[in-house]
Write a protein that binds this ligand. Structure first.
Ligand code: 25A
Ligand code: L14
Length: 342
């Protein structure tokens, strides 16, 4: 890479994740010579805050990527499938938040704490995993290295911000209407989300699981680079604004006591252990919102099997689950001198 700082495009800059990307680039003082916010024609001309200025959003087009070194995408799967190849063709490295490229064998799927080495073989498009998968990988990788995970049973409690800005507004509006005795309006979700739980995230597949559940199954295997790990998931939308929570039950080959696990996770990157039941201290989404780490607590041995553990894992889905992980991938590319399309 040339020694000059890269020009960076944020594609989908007006969305919940895109706005957070701008914030994370600013907070981490990401070395860039320029930031160009892009979105659909609907939002071209709107202004987004960055550092002490406001940047004007430009419409993303096929030829928008000339002279841009790095594009951080969060504009939905269809948009990404269409535009990312144009960017890569123009020599711009893409880090994409959507599900479009995750299972493509040509595209690394990366959590920097877990598999940074997979960036070495990128061909221009790198995928950022699903938010629920990312935080589970951060928590499980140290355990897998130490005791080999055989099977994972996970249930998620996912915030509405995962669906984007429009879902945040829908939950706010439903709460307001219900508290003033008016009937709810549901546009984004198929049912009322305020004061409710929906065991349904993304679309249903033929096997009866949702696409979100199958992402956790398939992405885990790709990120861990281990086809022997069995994962089964139930993904649930809950009326929380920011922060996904997960109840994770694991079975390991080797014995790891609760104390071993607590000590192991406490010294692992990107994790804060919050596990003081006597003080009623455990991870919660309202505490994790706006923070970078993955928080793990309620660590207990599963007494029904020989080598098993239960964990409660919480992280901000818009930060570690999306914008932060994307920027960390970009930072790792720079560190490894990989910011170029081979
Ligand atoms: O297909 P997938 O992978 O499953 O992804 C589907 C959705 O998931 C979100 C993302 O929502 C995406 O739309 N998402 C993706 N990865 C995620 C992850 N890892 C993830 N969520 C969590 N974790 P989003 O809200 O973050 O981003 C939407 C952005 O995409 C832009 N976009 C859509 N089509 C586009 C396009 N950009 C370029 N070309 C296209 N063809 C979209 O642009 C948005 O920036 P937009 O400006 O048209 O925004 C649509 C309308 O949204 C409203 N709005 C946006 N932000 C705000 C807002 N209103 C109020 N306040 C805001 N802050 C506006 O009304 C605008 O018109
Ligand atoms: O990244 O919470 O695959 O609605 C799909 C569903 C992002 C979040 C993905 C949600 C997502 C999402």
């Amino acid at each position: 890479m040339s020694k000059k700082n890269p020009r960076v495009a944020v594609c989908g800059a007006t969305g919940a994740v895109g706005r957070e990307m701008l914030k994370v680039l600013e907070q981490r003082d990401f070395p860039c010579s320029e930031v160009i916010p892009m979105a659909s024609s609907r939002s071209a001309g709107t202004r987004v805050p960055f550092r002490d200025q406001e940047l004007t959003v430009v419409e993303m087009k096929e030829d928008s990527f000339e002279g841009i070194d790095l594009a951080l995408f969060s504009a939905g799967g269809g948009t990404s499938r269409h535009f990312a190849p144009f960017a890569a063709k123009a020599g711009c490295v893409v880090v994409d938040n959507s599900s479009a490229w995750r299972m493509d064998p040509e595209c690394p799927l990366v959590v920097p704490e877990v598999n940074p080495h997979d960036l070495d073989w990128h061909k221009g498009i790198i995928a950022n995993p699903n938010c629920s998968t990312i935080q589970m990988m951060v928590a499980l990788k140290p355990i897998h290295d130490e005791a080999r995970i055989k099977r994972v049973v996970v249930s998620t409690y996912q915030a509405v911000s995962g669906t984007g800005q429009k879902a945040i507004v829908e939950l706010e509006n439903q709460v307001r209407r219900l508290m003033s005795g008016q009937p709810v309006v549901a546009d984004v979700y198929p049912h009322q989300i305020a004061f409710n739980c929906l065991p349904h995230i993304d679309v249903f597949e033929e096997n009866g699981y949702t696409k979100e559940e199958m992402k956790m199954v398939n992405e885990t295997i790709k990120i861990m680079g281990d086809e022997s790990i069995k994962v089964t998931a139930t993904c649930v939308r809950v009326p929380v604004f920011y922060g996904h929570s997960e109840s994770v039950n694991i079975e390991t080959e080797l014995k790891l006591t609760g104390d071993d696990c607590r000590a192991l996770l406490a010294r692992s990157p990107g994790i804060t252990v919050v596990d003081y039941p006597e003080k009623l201290a455990y991870p919660m989404p309202v505490d994790a919102a706006g923070l970078d780490d993955t928080f793990v607590g309620r660590i207990r041995e599963d007494e029904t099997i020989e080598n098993g553990l239960n964990l409660w894992v919480v992280s901000d889905n818009i930060r570690k689950g999306a914008a932060l992980n994307t920027v960390q991938i970009a930072e790792t590319l720079m560190e490894r001198d990989l910011l170029r399309v081979p």
